[in-house]
Design a protein around this ligand. Structure first.
Ligand SMILES: O=P(O)(O)OC[C@H]1O[C@H](OP(=O)(O)OP(=O)(O)O)[C@H](O)[C@@H]1O
Ligand SMILES: [Mg+2]
Length: 180
């Protein structure tokens, strides 16, 4: 697992630091709003678990499973809902938690969907933002790190469902996914 990583970008301490900063800002912005914090499975699961423990105001959580990469390194362009939310969104302040914004297709689709469901507000908190590869517009309200155009794994991010359990975020060696 570790031998497939070209370079570590963010270690556990760096992730913990930025998560604490984001949590403090969200705590201020959502005091008394009882936000619905939505985790986009599976990639955002570790970040969600750490972030909510840094948000010191009442909130509710829900989980939605979408997939557009289907195991590979390229977005298929089609966002599929695999498991929908349990909670009605009408009049709720929604905070979407993501691991990464890449082409923007996943979040562009979800923001439109949640607005259509009449959420009172929809904001985005993403640990990673990869602006160079954007295909559709997405404005994230809370961003941990701006990352280069490379395929990243770890701390929830996968290649072919592996590497999610790495405690750090790193660049995957290209020979791991390029056919020779
Ligand atoms: O901006 P985009 O190009 O849409 O890419 C970002 C999305 O892609 C990944 O999820 P994926 O669909 O691979 O599913 P997963 O979270 O289960 O890994 C990642 O977790 C984001 O949700
Ligand atoms: Mg995802």
């Amino acid at each position: 697992m570790h031998q497939d990583i070209e370079r570590i970008l963010y270690d556990q301490a760096a992730i913990a630091d930025v998560t604490a900063q984001l949590g403090a800002q969200i705590t201020k912005d959502y005091a008394d709003k009882n936000p619905l914090v939505i985790c986009v499975l599976k990639g955002a699961m570790l970040f969600m678990a750490d972030l909510v423990r840094q948000i010191d105001t009442p909130l509710e959580m829900d989980f939605l499973d979408v997939s557009s990469y289907q195991g590979g390194t390229q977005s298929t362009g089609e966002v599929k809902i695999i498991k929908d939310l349990d909670t009605p969104l009408q009049d709720r302040d929604v905070l979407i938690v993501e691991d990464i914004v890449d082409t923007g297709r996943t979040l562009n689709y979800l923001v439109d969907l949640f607005k259509y469901r009449q959420a009172k507000s929809v904001k985005i908190c993403t640990l990673l933002n990869k602006p160079e590869t954007r295909v559709v517009p997405v404005d994230a309200d809370y961003v941990g790190f701006k990352v280069p155009n490379a395929f990243l794994v770890g701390y929830g991010l996968d290649y072919a469902e592996h590497y999610r359990n790495l405690p750090y975020i790193g660049i995957l060696k290209s020979e791991v996914y390029q056919t020779k």
